[in-house]
Write a protein that binds this ligand. Structure first.
Ligand code: NDP
Length: 410
């Protein structure tokens, strides 16, 4: 097989984000003529298939797949023949799914970069290494098409194209001011989330990566940022994957940082879990059985896909960017506000899944329509931001642009 039919999309991963991607694609039948949702647990695919049928009358195909196996994914792609695969399974499967796409000649997108299961470390090098192979086959692999990474990258590209001659400072600020009503839960896959936020923080300044303590350390870097709509929230510096590509792709950059809000309640629970060893990713022997504590914890915590039921409040995610235009200093803030309850009403999903799934659908749509094209491995800021920004407004993630007059951490 070499390439699939335009209009056919294969979505891998039927979790919180997978639900939003599948349901949003189903609402755009003129682009996504045929949809297949495949995942490890067929029951989750069945539930989403039923939701789509009830909401739109459309039938989608479903399948069982183990994305850890290249041959399994290849077989599935050959049988369905999609034009594009949207990978919203876990970062562990990225390389396997990319290999399968190369072997079958189909385009690829994802929302999180590769991470080896046995080391809590993520970086783009493993996926960028596929560049020549995708280029030689005339295929596009587009990395990090969620909100952050994803929209946060496109906000930079848009600012670079329309607002600044050069952007010198970027602060990406991710605030979830929602309340899910559980004592402790994570908003996306608990294993991936906890691995990410327990890492040391890192930001980039004057050509160097600077490491600072992780969020649970008493010396962690944090400050109170005054977010639109939801007000002041304590925001912690963490390392986030889009920093790695943005330092390469934004001209004139002097500093880039990433901030995320955490409540005292979240930090207290996480501190206890870490102190008692429940966030460990190495296997321990429990009565003759090998158990990875963090995987066990994931099993016990609420499934993020089910959090939406009583979720209230909003997410506010955006970029403060400063630089020069026509020789003058300028600062802007571009952001989106998303409401948990409204996302649930529309698609049965909380806002973190919603804000990730909609940009993935939009990116897939732009590739499917031939508006975004290219051969090789790309990060989203390398493509024209305009059709993406326009589509965000149309498909549920309207953004605002304002002059920034607030205060950031020095
Ligand atoms: P979930 O855990 O809810 O969903 C992941 C799904 O992938 C599950 O249905 C799971 O199956 C399936 N899966 C896991 N392993 C395999 C496998 N080997 N083969 C086939 N399917 C598999 O996670 P989320 O939906 O919350 O997150 C999905 C992705 O989105 C993650 O990579 C996450 O990092 C990313 N993300 C990106 C964001 C962004 O802004 N860029 C923000 C939030 C998330 P099963 O149900 O059987 O476990």
């Amino acid at each position: 097989m070499d390439g699939g039919k335009i209009g056919k999309v294969l979505i891998i991963g039927a979790g919180g984000v997978g639900r939003v991607v599948a349901r949003k694609c189903a609402l755009v039948p003129e682009v996504f003529e045929e949809i297949m949702l495949a995942s490890r647990s067929i029951e989750k695919c069945e539930a989403i298939k039923k939701e789509i049928k009830d909401a739109t009358g459309r039938e989608i195909s479903i399948a069982n797949v183990d994305a850890e196996s290249v041959s399994n994914v290849v077989e599935l792609i050959k049988s369905f023949q999609p034009y594009l695969v949207i990978n919203v399974a876990l970062p562990y499967q990225d390389l396997k799914i990319m290999e399968a796409c190369l072997e079958t000649g189909v385009h690829y997108i994802d929302t999180a970069n590769y991470e080896p299961p046995d080391v809590a470390h993520f970086e783009y090098s493993w996926q960028w290494a596929f560049g020549d192979k995708f280029r030689d086959k005339g295929l596009m692999a587009l990395l990090g098409c969620g909100f952050d990474p994803g929209v946060s990258n496109v906000f930079c590209a848009y600012a670079q194209k329309h607002i600044f001659d050069e952007i010198n400072y970027i602060d990406i600020l991710d605030c979830n001011a929602g309340n899910h009503g559980h004592p402790f839960a994570t908003n996306f896959n608990p294993e991936i989330n906890i691995r990410e936020v327990t890492q040391p923080a890192r930001h980039w300044e004057n050509g160097e990566w600077i490491e600072t303590p992780p969020i649970l350390d008493e010396k962690s870097v944090h400050f109170s940022f005054d977010y639109p709509v939801v007000g002041k929230k304590e925001s912690y510096m963490i390392y986030h994957e889009e920093l790695e590509s943005l330092v390469k792709n934004v001209k004139g950059l002097k500093r880039i940082r990433f901030w995320m809000t955490f409540s005292e309640n979240y930090l207290t629970h996480l501190r206890v879990l870490q102190n008692v060893g429940m966030t460990r990713i190495d296997a321990v022997d429990y009565e003759g059985t090998k158990v990875v504590p963090l995987k066990l914890l994931k099993l016990l915590l609420p499934d993020p896909a089910t959090l939406g039921t009583n979720y209230t409040g909003k997410t506010v995610i955006g970029n403060v960017m400063s630089g020069k235009k026509d020789g003058k200093d300028k600062s802007v803030y571009i952001y989106n506000v998303c409401d948990h309850a409204e996302s649930y009403k529309e698609l049965g999903a909380q806002a973190v899944s919603y804000t990730t799934g909609v940009p993935a659908m939009v990116s897939a749509m732009l590739i499917m329509k031939g508006i975004w094209k290219g051969a090789g491995v790309f990060n989203v800021e390398e493509l024209d931001p305009d059709p993406f920004m326009e589509a965000l407004n149309k498909y549920g993630l309207p953004w605002k642009q304002a002059e920034f007059t607030g205060k950031l951490q020095e």
